[in-house]
Design a binder for this molecule. Structure first.
Ligand code: ZN
Length: 284
């Protein structure tokens, strides 16, 4: 299933994108796609509902805005340097265990809502990523059972202000957390929709020019390893998002580096997870 949320910001309603591309609302008894939804058996019940007759459900208009495909999660955890070609372009060694950092959940944003380049930023950069949405709560889970705690997968652009991330003191979180820096969607594909999360092409263009073109086959740490690893240090709650890192081709890897400016159009996609499009504007 493809979980979507449609409507104006703050008023989104949960729905499903059907195989034929039409978008239907789900009955209110399911609630919204929040921590409680992912914790329980709602996904299984929703699947039964879809198979029984979602085709008759009320539809969203074709032009209705797609919001972020779940409610704001309790955590957005990112894995850094998880592709060897990106570690190399960053001038950093491939890590011996996953590099983790947080991204503010207030950066969570719809897939086509646009990028606001924060005031004072000169080095806003892109990162196409496969993100994992947690289902059942995960605390010290093994790699063998890790996927049972995954509800699904979503496309994420891990926008990054490189000066704030790398040239200031302290942690990367400062360069990762501005409003609009975590567009997700268009949909969350439930786990069984994606046959193999380690064989997905992911790409990104700026103004139509190819910048990133990678494949999740090149992960240093794969999805079960990452989920198991993070769960050794903290509980992963239903709905939490883990972003698994970006392949080569980010702006600061170019010589000279390339950064986004107002008017730039960023488009990205992953096999099975749809595409996003953001137009960059300056913060007012
Ligand atoms: Zn990233």
């Amino acid at each position: 299933m493809k979980l979507i949320r449609c409507g104006n910001p703050g008023e989104e309603k949960p729905g499903i994108q059907l195989e034929d591309g039409s978008r239907v609302q789900i009955p209110s008894e399911f609630g919204d796609y929040d921590e409680r939804f992912f914790a329980g058996d709602a996904l299984e019940r929703l699947k039964v509902w879809v198979e029984a007759g979602a085709a008759d459900a009320p539809r969203f208009g074709p032009d209705e805005r797609l919001g972020p495909p779940s409610c704001r999660p309790s955590k957005i955890i990112c894995v850094g340097l998880n592709y060897s070609d990106h570690a190399e372009e960053s001038g950093m060694k491939a890590p011996s265990e996953p590099v983790l950092f947080f991204k503010s959940t207030s950066a969570y944003h719809g897939p086509n809502d646009g990028l606001v380049i924060p005031a004072g930023s000169e080095k806003t950069d892109w990162e196409v990523e496969l993100a994992v949405v947690i289902g059942k709560r995960a605390k010290r889970v093994s790699e063998a059972s890790a996927l049972e705690h995954v509800a699904g997968y979503v496309l994420h652009n891990d926008y990054s202000e490189r000066a704030w991330q790398l040239e200031r003191e302290g942690q990367w979180v400062k360069g990762k957390s501005a409003d609009t820096f975590a567009p997700c969607g268009p949909w969350i594909a439930t786990r069984h929709e994606i046959e193999d999360p380690h064989a997905l092409r992911l790409w990104l263009t700026v103004n139509g020019e190819q910048k990133q073109d990678g494949n999740t086959a090149n992960f240093i740490f794969n999805v079960p390893q990452v989920v198991s690893y993070i769960s050794q240090f903290m509980s992963l709650c239903p709905g939490d998002i883990i972003s698994t890192g970006t392949p080569a081709g980010v702006g600061f890897g170019f010589k000279p580096p390339q950064y986004l400016k107002p008017g730039d159009v960023v488009e990205l996609g992953i096999d099975g997870l749809g595409t996003q499009r953001q137009v960059a504007v300056a913060e007012e």
